[in-house]
Design a protein around this ligand. Structure first.
Ligand code: ADP
Ligand code: 5GP
Length: 206
């Protein structure tokens, strides 16, 4: 229902918390659509341009900012990341739950434009586990891991700005928790006010 519009679902959380893993499972569910961000970060092994990110040079990214093609953008550990506006708008109009897997500065920018966006913070069960996951993923140098762990502390410090917290202990459990949140959000009265008109109109005809 949701007044004919979809839900804008923002998933943030420390690097290594498991956002990408959880979101890739959610993406397979019907009704979910994942926004593909633009970034100036270099592709990791197995990352494909246009699938995982749109990989851009700094100049190309700054042109996107200038041309107002981004809904939000931020600097994360020395690289730009941003959400292309067009994709999000089209999918929301199509009643999809559009997932933005983005960091906190971007999440707060989106919330200020779309106050009805739902903000979920995905956490690891502990900082030790976070470090283990980042090291185990083996995609960053030790220096970059250290930078991301420092950044994790700043993000956790702002956890109160989020609507929900989901602990990613088990991926399957985290996916189910997020589905429950989305289902409950879809049933919120303010997202279904069109129903009021439909029911009242009907009652006038009897
Ligand atoms: P993020 O997108 O938040 O940076 P990833 O999805 O890349 O994190 O996950 C980081 C690492 O942790 C990956 O190697 C992934 O396989 C692993 N991981 C994700 N979720 C879990 C979990 N619940 N338990 C154990 N390992 C996990
Ligand atoms: P990674 O380099 O690990 O893929 O992503 C680093 C961080 O950038 C993660 O916290 C991720 O959520 C965030 N991120 C990815 N895309 C975007 C985006 O479009 N906008 C913002 N603000 N953050 C993003």
């Amino acid at each position: 229902m949701t007044n004919g519009k979809g839900i804008l679902l923002i998933i943030s959380g420390p690097s290594g918390a498991g956002k990408g893993t959880v979101v890739s499972k959610l993406k397979e569910k019907s009704g979910y659509s994942l926004s593909i961000s633009a970034t100036t970060r270099k592709p990791r092994q197995n990352e494909i341009d246009g699938v995982h990110y749109f990989f851009k040079s700094k100049e190309e990214f700054e042109k996107m900012i200038e041309d107002k093609k981004l809904l939000e953008y931020a600097d994360f550990c020395g690289n730009y990341y941003g959400t292309p506006t067009d994709f999000v708008n089209k999918r929301i109009e199509n009643n999809k739950t559009v997932i933005l897997e983005i960091e906190i500065q971007g999440a707060l920018q989106v919330k200020s434009i779309y106050p009805e966006a739902v903000l979920i913070f995905l956490t690891p069960p502990s900082m030790d586990e976070l470090e283990k996951r980042l090291v185990g993923r083996a995609t960053e140098t030790p220096e970059k891991i250290e930078l991301r762990l420092k950044r994790a502390v700043e993000e956790i410090d702002n956890i109160d700005k989020y609507d929900y917290i989901v602990i990613n202990d088990s991926v399957e459990r985290a996916v189910v928790d997020i589905e429950h949140i989305v289902n409950a959000e879809k049933m919120k009265a303010k997202r279904n006010l069109n129903l009021k008109e439909i029911l009242i109109d009907y009652s006038k005809s009897i």
